[in-house]
Design a binder for this molecule. Structure first.
Ligand SMILES: NC(=O)c1ccc[n+]([C@@H]2O[C@H](COP(=O)([O-])OP(=O)(O)OC[C@H]3O[C@@H](n4cnc5c(N)ncnc54)[C@H](O)[C@@H]3O)[C@@H](O)[C@H]2O)c1
Length: 352
Protein backbone atom coordinates (compact mmCIF):
# COMPACT_ATOMS: atom_id res chain seq x y z
CA UNK A 1 0.00 0.00 0.00
CA UNK A 2 2.94 2.29 0.48
CA UNK A 3 3.71 2.43 -3.22
CA UNK A 4 1.09 4.98 -4.19
CA UNK A 5 0.11 6.19 -7.63
CA UNK A 6 -1.15 9.79 -7.43
CA UNK A 7 -2.94 11.22 -10.47
CA UNK A 8 -3.07 15.01 -10.91
CA UNK A 9 0.10 15.25 -8.82
CA UNK A 10 1.31 18.48 -10.47
CA UNK A 11 -1.87 20.31 -9.49
CA UNK A 12 -2.73 22.31 -6.40
CA UNK A 13 -3.93 19.53 -4.08
CA UNK A 14 -1.94 16.73 -5.74
CA UNK A 15 1.40 18.46 -5.11
CA UNK A 16 0.48 19.09 -1.44
CA UNK A 17 -0.53 15.44 -1.10
CA UNK A 18 2.77 14.23 -2.59
CA UNK A 19 4.70 16.27 -0.02
CA UNK A 20 2.53 14.88 2.78
CA UNK A 21 2.90 11.24 1.65
CA UNK A 22 6.68 11.54 1.27
CA UNK A 23 6.91 12.42 4.96
CA UNK A 24 6.13 8.78 5.75
CA UNK A 25 7.91 5.88 4.04
CA UNK A 26 5.65 5.93 0.94
CA UNK A 27 6.97 5.75 -2.60
CA UNK A 28 5.09 8.00 -4.99
CA UNK A 29 4.41 7.47 -8.66
CA UNK A 30 3.10 10.85 -9.79
CA UNK A 31 1.05 10.85 -12.99
CA UNK A 32 -0.01 14.08 -14.64
CA UNK A 33 -0.79 15.24 -18.17
CA UNK A 34 0.47 18.75 -17.37
CA UNK A 35 -2.51 20.64 -18.70
CA UNK A 36 -2.50 24.42 -18.22
CA UNK A 37 -3.24 23.67 -14.51
CA UNK A 38 -0.30 21.31 -13.99
CA UNK A 39 2.94 22.92 -12.91
CA UNK A 40 6.24 21.11 -12.41
CA UNK A 41 7.40 24.04 -10.28
CA UNK A 42 4.89 22.85 -7.68
CA UNK A 43 6.85 19.57 -7.42
CA UNK A 44 10.31 21.11 -7.66
CA UNK A 45 11.27 20.34 -4.05
CA UNK A 46 10.43 16.62 -4.41
CA UNK A 47 11.59 15.91 -7.98
CA UNK A 48 14.97 14.56 -6.86
CA UNK A 49 13.55 12.56 -3.94
CA UNK A 50 14.58 8.90 -4.18
CA UNK A 51 11.03 7.74 -3.40
CA UNK A 52 9.44 9.95 -6.06
CA UNK A 53 8.89 9.32 -9.75
CA UNK A 54 7.08 11.61 -12.21
CA UNK A 55 5.36 10.27 -15.32
CA UNK A 56 3.72 12.60 -17.81
CA UNK A 57 0.61 10.81 -19.09
CA UNK A 58 -3.06 11.37 -19.87
CA UNK A 59 -5.52 9.35 -17.76
CA UNK A 60 -7.76 9.05 -20.83
CA UNK A 61 -5.01 7.02 -22.56
CA UNK A 62 -5.86 3.42 -21.74
CA UNK A 63 -2.64 1.94 -23.03
CA UNK A 64 -0.53 4.41 -21.05
CA UNK A 65 -2.50 3.72 -17.87
CA UNK A 66 -2.17 -0.07 -18.30
CA UNK A 67 1.56 0.29 -18.81
CA UNK A 68 1.96 2.50 -15.75
CA UNK A 69 0.15 -0.04 -13.57
CA UNK A 70 2.11 -2.99 -14.93
CA UNK A 71 5.54 -1.36 -14.79
CA UNK A 72 5.25 0.53 -11.49
CA UNK A 73 3.10 -2.05 -9.59
CA UNK A 74 1.46 0.38 -7.13
CA UNK A 75 -0.17 -0.81 -3.90
CA UNK A 76 -3.05 1.58 -4.60
CA UNK A 77 -3.88 4.96 -6.06
CA UNK A 78 -5.27 8.33 -5.10
CA UNK A 79 -7.02 9.87 -8.08
CA UNK A 80 -7.07 13.67 -8.24
CA UNK A 81 -6.52 14.35 -11.96
CA UNK A 82 -9.40 16.46 -13.20
CA UNK A 83 -10.43 19.58 -15.00
CA UNK A 84 -11.36 21.63 -11.96
CA UNK A 85 -12.48 25.15 -12.84
CA UNK A 86 -16.24 25.76 -12.96
CA UNK A 87 -16.03 28.83 -15.23
CA UNK A 88 -14.01 26.87 -17.81
CA UNK A 89 -16.58 24.05 -17.64
CA UNK A 90 -19.29 26.53 -18.57
CA UNK A 91 -17.28 28.01 -21.45
CA UNK A 92 -16.25 24.59 -22.82
CA UNK A 93 -17.39 21.38 -21.13
CA UNK A 94 -15.71 18.89 -23.47
CA UNK A 95 -12.44 18.52 -21.54
CA UNK A 96 -14.45 17.99 -18.35
CA UNK A 97 -16.42 15.15 -19.93
CA UNK A 98 -13.21 13.67 -21.30
CA UNK A 99 -10.93 13.85 -18.26
CA UNK A 100 -13.38 13.71 -15.37
CA UNK A 101 -15.71 11.05 -16.78
CA UNK A 102 -13.87 9.14 -19.53
CA UNK A 103 -10.54 9.52 -17.70
CA UNK A 104 -11.97 8.13 -14.48
CA UNK A 105 -13.59 5.27 -16.42
CA UNK A 106 -10.26 4.51 -18.13
CA UNK A 107 -8.43 4.52 -14.84
CA UNK A 108 -11.05 2.25 -13.25
CA UNK A 109 -10.68 -0.25 -16.08
CA UNK A 110 -6.88 -0.18 -15.93
CA UNK A 111 -7.03 -0.57 -12.14
CA UNK A 112 -9.51 -3.46 -12.45
CA UNK A 113 -7.24 -5.34 -14.89
CA UNK A 114 -4.24 -4.71 -12.68
CA UNK A 115 -6.09 -5.70 -9.49
CA UNK A 116 -7.02 -9.02 -11.14
CA UNK A 117 -3.30 -9.81 -11.47
CA UNK A 118 -2.64 -9.30 -7.75
CA UNK A 119 -2.66 -12.07 -5.20
CA UNK A 120 -2.82 -12.45 -1.43
CA UNK A 121 -2.02 -9.43 0.68
CA UNK A 122 -1.35 -7.15 -2.32
CA UNK A 123 -4.80 -7.93 -3.70
CA UNK A 124 -6.54 -7.46 -0.33
CA UNK A 125 -4.89 -4.17 0.49
CA UNK A 126 -5.21 -2.52 -2.96
CA UNK A 127 -7.50 0.48 -3.11
CA UNK A 128 -8.73 3.06 -5.59
CA UNK A 129 -9.20 6.30 -3.67
CA UNK A 130 -11.19 8.83 -5.68
CA UNK A 131 -11.23 12.53 -4.73
CA UNK A 132 -14.56 14.30 -5.12
CA UNK A 133 -16.09 17.69 -4.39
CA UNK A 134 -18.90 19.16 -2.29
CA UNK A 135 -20.29 20.60 -5.55
CA UNK A 136 -21.85 17.22 -6.47
CA UNK A 137 -24.67 17.96 -3.97
CA UNK A 138 -25.70 21.18 -5.72
CA UNK A 139 -26.62 24.16 -3.61
CA UNK A 140 -28.06 23.96 -0.13
CA UNK A 141 -30.54 26.39 1.42
CA UNK A 142 -28.88 28.84 3.77
CA UNK A 143 -30.37 27.22 6.87
CA UNK A 144 -30.25 23.59 5.72
CA UNK A 145 -27.90 21.24 7.59
CA UNK A 146 -24.62 20.48 5.80
CA UNK A 147 -24.67 17.57 3.30
CA UNK A 148 -23.92 14.15 4.78
CA UNK A 149 -22.45 11.20 2.91
CA UNK A 150 -26.06 10.07 2.23
CA UNK A 151 -27.36 13.32 0.73
CA UNK A 152 -28.61 12.76 -2.85
CA UNK A 153 -26.57 14.25 -5.68
CA UNK A 154 -27.94 17.33 -7.47
CA UNK A 155 -25.03 18.79 -9.48
CA UNK A 156 -25.70 22.08 -11.23
CA UNK A 157 -22.67 22.88 -13.41
CA UNK A 158 -20.85 20.92 -16.12
CA UNK A 159 -17.93 20.60 -13.67
CA UNK A 160 -20.00 19.22 -10.79
CA UNK A 161 -22.01 16.97 -13.12
CA UNK A 162 -18.78 15.49 -14.49
CA UNK A 163 -17.44 14.91 -10.97
CA UNK A 164 -20.76 13.37 -9.89
CA UNK A 165 -20.62 11.06 -12.94
CA UNK A 166 -17.12 9.98 -11.94
CA UNK A 167 -18.30 9.23 -8.38
CA UNK A 168 -21.14 7.07 -9.76
CA UNK A 169 -18.70 5.14 -11.94
CA UNK A 170 -16.35 4.54 -9.00
CA UNK A 171 -19.20 3.17 -6.85
CA UNK A 172 -20.48 1.03 -9.72
CA UNK A 173 -17.01 -0.51 -10.26
CA UNK A 174 -16.97 -1.40 -6.58
CA UNK A 175 -20.40 -2.96 -6.55
CA UNK A 176 -20.28 -4.68 -9.95
CA UNK A 177 -16.66 -5.74 -10.19
CA UNK A 178 -15.62 -5.76 -6.54
CA UNK A 179 -12.88 -3.16 -7.09
CA UNK A 180 -11.88 -1.87 -3.62
CA UNK A 181 -12.71 1.85 -3.68
CA UNK A 182 -12.98 4.79 -1.30
CA UNK A 183 -14.35 8.25 -2.10
CA UNK A 184 -13.45 11.38 -0.19
CA UNK A 185 -15.34 14.62 -0.71
CA UNK A 186 -13.82 18.01 -0.02
CA UNK A 187 -14.99 21.61 0.18
CA UNK A 188 -13.04 24.49 -1.42
CA UNK A 189 -9.35 24.36 -0.62
CA UNK A 190 -7.05 27.30 -0.08
CA UNK A 191 -3.30 27.41 0.34
CA UNK A 192 0.01 27.51 -1.54
CA UNK A 193 0.30 26.79 -5.28
CA UNK A 194 -3.32 27.20 -6.37
CA UNK A 195 -3.68 28.28 -9.99
CA UNK A 196 -4.42 32.03 -10.14
CA UNK A 197 -7.80 31.60 -11.86
CA UNK A 198 -9.38 30.42 -8.57
CA UNK A 199 -11.06 32.89 -6.19
CA UNK A 200 -8.45 33.36 -3.46
CA UNK A 201 -5.26 33.64 -5.58
CA UNK A 202 -7.19 35.67 -8.15
CA UNK A 203 -8.17 38.19 -5.50
CA UNK A 204 -4.66 38.33 -4.01
CA UNK A 205 -2.93 38.79 -7.36
CA UNK A 206 -5.49 41.29 -8.69
CA UNK A 207 -5.08 43.37 -5.55
CA UNK A 208 -1.28 43.23 -5.68
CA UNK A 209 -1.33 44.43 -9.30
CA UNK A 210 -3.81 47.20 -8.49
CA UNK A 211 -6.46 45.66 -10.75
CA UNK A 212 -10.18 45.45 -10.04
CA UNK A 213 -11.12 42.57 -7.75
CA UNK A 214 -14.11 40.95 -9.45
CA UNK A 215 -16.87 39.53 -7.22
CA UNK A 216 -19.67 37.55 -8.85
CA UNK A 217 -23.12 39.11 -8.25
CA UNK A 218 -23.67 40.28 -4.68
CA UNK A 219 -20.94 37.97 -3.30
CA UNK A 220 -23.46 36.34 -0.97
CA UNK A 221 -22.60 32.79 -2.15
CA UNK A 222 -21.45 30.64 0.76
CA UNK A 223 -18.50 28.25 0.46
CA UNK A 224 -16.78 26.07 3.00
CA UNK A 225 -12.97 26.32 3.21
CA UNK A 226 -10.23 23.84 4.03
CA UNK A 227 -6.47 24.44 4.12
CA UNK A 228 -4.82 22.33 1.43
CA UNK A 229 -2.30 20.80 3.85
CA UNK A 230 -5.17 19.72 6.11
CA UNK A 231 -6.80 18.16 3.05
CA UNK A 232 -3.56 16.30 2.36
CA UNK A 233 -3.44 14.83 5.89
CA UNK A 234 -7.11 13.84 5.54
CA UNK A 235 -6.42 12.09 2.22
CA UNK A 236 -3.47 10.19 3.71
CA UNK A 237 -5.60 9.15 6.70
CA UNK A 238 -8.51 8.03 4.52
CA UNK A 239 -6.26 6.17 2.06
CA UNK A 240 -4.44 4.29 4.82
CA UNK A 241 -7.23 3.75 7.35
CA UNK A 242 -10.59 4.26 5.62
CA UNK A 243 -12.95 1.38 4.98
CA UNK A 244 -13.41 0.11 1.44
CA UNK A 245 -16.73 1.08 -0.13
CA UNK A 246 -17.14 4.12 2.13
CA UNK A 247 -17.36 7.83 1.37
CA UNK A 248 -15.84 10.37 3.78
CA UNK A 249 -16.53 14.10 3.89
CA UNK A 250 -13.51 16.24 4.71
CA UNK A 251 -15.67 18.95 6.27
CA UNK A 252 -14.35 21.42 8.80
CA UNK A 253 -17.35 23.74 9.18
CA UNK A 254 -15.57 26.88 7.88
CA UNK A 255 -18.44 28.42 5.93
CA UNK A 256 -17.93 31.96 4.64
CA UNK A 257 -19.73 34.27 2.20
CA UNK A 258 -17.55 35.02 -0.84
CA UNK A 259 -17.64 38.74 -0.08
CA UNK A 260 -16.42 38.04 3.48
CA UNK A 261 -13.49 36.06 2.01
CA UNK A 262 -12.60 38.92 -0.33
CA UNK A 263 -12.79 41.46 2.51
CA UNK A 264 -10.61 39.25 4.71
CA UNK A 265 -7.98 38.97 1.94
CA UNK A 266 -7.97 42.76 1.46
CA UNK A 267 -7.51 43.23 5.20
CA UNK A 268 -4.63 40.71 5.32
CA UNK A 269 -2.94 42.51 2.42
CA UNK A 270 -3.42 45.76 4.31
CA UNK A 271 -1.59 44.14 7.24
CA UNK A 272 1.21 42.37 5.32
CA UNK A 273 1.62 44.37 2.10
CA UNK A 274 0.39 47.90 2.72
CA UNK A 275 2.88 49.33 0.22
CA UNK A 276 1.69 47.34 -2.80
CA UNK A 277 -1.50 49.42 -3.12
CA UNK A 278 -1.76 51.66 -6.18
CA UNK A 279 -1.18 55.33 -5.37
CA UNK A 280 -4.26 57.19 -4.22
CA UNK A 281 -6.05 54.13 -2.82
CA UNK A 282 -6.99 54.28 0.86
CA UNK A 283 -7.64 50.54 1.12
CA UNK A 284 -7.49 47.38 -1.02
CA UNK A 285 -11.25 47.03 -0.54
CA UNK A 286 -11.71 49.96 -2.94
CA UNK A 287 -10.65 47.63 -5.77
CA UNK A 288 -13.69 45.36 -5.25
CA UNK A 289 -16.00 45.41 -8.29
CA UNK A 290 -19.22 43.45 -8.53
CA UNK A 291 -19.56 41.68 -11.91
CA UNK A 292 -22.40 39.77 -13.60
CA UNK A 293 -23.07 36.52 -11.75
CA UNK A 294 -21.97 33.15 -13.13
CA UNK A 295 -24.92 31.31 -14.79
CA UNK A 296 -26.45 28.69 -12.48
CA UNK A 297 -24.23 29.86 -9.62
CA UNK A 298 -24.89 27.65 -6.57
CA UNK A 299 -25.70 29.60 -3.43
CA UNK A 300 -24.19 27.40 -0.76
CA UNK A 301 -22.12 24.26 -0.28
CA UNK A 302 -21.39 22.72 3.11
CA UNK A 303 -20.22 19.29 4.23
CA UNK A 304 -20.93 17.42 7.45
CA UNK A 305 -17.53 16.04 8.48
CA UNK A 306 -18.72 14.06 11.54
CA UNK A 307 -18.03 10.62 10.06
CA UNK A 308 -14.37 11.30 9.25
CA UNK A 309 -13.82 12.98 12.61
CA UNK A 310 -15.46 10.23 14.63
CA UNK A 311 -14.37 7.11 12.76
CA UNK A 312 -10.86 8.05 11.65
CA UNK A 313 -10.08 10.67 14.29
CA UNK A 314 -9.01 13.31 11.76
CA UNK A 315 -9.28 17.04 12.42
CA UNK A 316 -7.91 20.05 10.53
CA UNK A 317 -5.06 21.99 12.15
CA UNK A 318 -5.96 25.33 10.59
CA UNK A 319 -8.93 27.59 11.25
CA UNK A 320 -10.30 29.68 8.38
CA UNK A 321 -8.38 32.73 9.63
CA UNK A 322 -5.01 30.97 9.99
CA UNK A 323 -5.48 29.17 6.65
CA UNK A 324 -6.22 32.40 4.84
CA UNK A 325 -3.33 34.26 6.45
CA UNK A 326 -0.89 31.44 5.55
CA UNK A 327 -2.21 31.52 1.99
CA UNK A 328 -1.78 35.27 1.61
CA UNK A 329 1.73 35.10 3.10
CA UNK A 330 2.68 32.27 0.71
CA UNK A 331 1.67 34.28 -2.36
CA UNK A 332 3.53 37.31 -1.00
CA UNK A 333 6.66 35.22 -0.42
CA UNK A 334 6.58 33.20 -3.65
CA UNK A 335 6.27 35.75 -6.38
CA UNK A 336 8.43 33.75 -8.82
CA UNK A 337 5.91 30.85 -8.69
CA UNK A 338 2.94 32.96 -9.73
CA UNK A 339 4.87 35.29 -12.02
CA UNK A 340 5.93 32.15 -13.95
CA UNK A 341 2.27 31.36 -14.48
CA UNK A 342 1.20 34.89 -15.36
CA UNK A 343 4.02 35.13 -17.95
CA UNK A 344 3.38 31.61 -19.27
CA UNK A 345 7.00 30.56 -18.59
CA UNK A 346 5.89 27.62 -16.42
CA UNK A 347 4.68 25.90 -19.59
CA UNK A 348 8.16 26.00 -21.17
CA UNK A 349 9.52 23.59 -18.55
CA UNK A 350 7.33 20.75 -19.77
CA UNK A 351 8.72 21.13 -23.30
CA UNK A 352 12.31 20.81 -22.12
N1 LIG B 1 -9.40 22.79 -5.40
C1 LIG B 1 -10.47 22.55 -4.68
O1 LIG B 1 -10.89 23.43 -3.92
C2 LIG B 1 -11.15 21.21 -4.73
C3 LIG B 1 -12.23 20.98 -3.89
C4 LIG B 1 -12.84 19.73 -3.90
C5 LIG B 1 -12.38 18.73 -4.76
N2 LIG B 1 -11.35 19.00 -5.59
C6 LIG B 1 -10.89 17.92 -6.47
O2 LIG B 1 -9.54 17.64 -6.15
C7 LIG B 1 -8.83 17.26 -7.31
C8 LIG B 1 -7.62 18.13 -7.49
O3 LIG B 1 -8.03 19.49 -7.58
P1 LIG B 1 -6.97 20.67 -7.77
O4 LIG B 1 -7.58 21.89 -7.24
O5 LIG B 1 -5.64 20.23 -7.30
O6 LIG B 1 -6.96 20.78 -9.36
P2 LIG B 1 -5.88 21.42 -10.32
O7 LIG B 1 -6.66 21.93 -11.49
O8 LIG B 1 -4.97 22.34 -9.59
O9 LIG B 1 -4.98 20.16 -10.76
C9 LIG B 1 -5.47 19.15 -11.60
C10 LIG B 1 -4.26 18.38 -12.13
O10 LIG B 1 -4.76 17.32 -12.96
C11 LIG B 1 -3.97 17.28 -14.14
N3 LIG B 1 -4.80 16.71 -15.23
C12 LIG B 1 -5.88 17.29 -15.82
N4 LIG B 1 -6.34 16.48 -16.79
C13 LIG B 1 -5.54 15.38 -16.79
C14 LIG B 1 -5.54 14.19 -17.56
N5 LIG B 1 -6.43 13.97 -18.55
N6 LIG B 1 -4.60 13.23 -17.29
C15 LIG B 1 -3.68 13.43 -16.30
N7 LIG B 1 -3.64 14.56 -15.56
C16 LIG B 1 -4.57 15.52 -15.80
C17 LIG B 1 -3.57 18.73 -14.40
O11 LIG B 1 -2.41 18.81 -15.24
C18 LIG B 1 -3.33 19.24 -12.99
O12 LIG B 1 -1.98 19.04 -12.59
C19 LIG B 1 -9.82 17.34 -8.48
O13 LIG B 1 -10.33 16.05 -8.70
C20 LIG B 1 -10.90 18.27 -7.95
O14 LIG B 1 -12.15 17.98 -8.55
C21 LIG B 1 -10.72 20.22 -5.60
Amino acid sequence: MNRILVTGAAGFIGSALVRELLQSDSTIIAVDKLTYAGNLQSLRDVMAHDRFQFIRADIVDRRAMAEIFSTTRPGGLIHLAAESHVDRSIEGPVDFISTNIVGTFTLLEAARDYHATLEGKARDSFRFHHVSTDEVYGDLDTLAPPATEDTPYRPGSPYSASKASADHLVRAWSRTYGLPVIISTSPNNCGPRQFPEKLIPHVILSALSGKDIPVYGDGEQIREWLYVEDHATALATIYHHGKNGETYHVGGGNERRNLEVVHAICDLLEKHAPDHKPAGLASYRELITHVKDRPGHDLRYALDGTKLRETLDWAPLESFDTALEKTVLWYLGNESWWRGILSGDYRLERLA
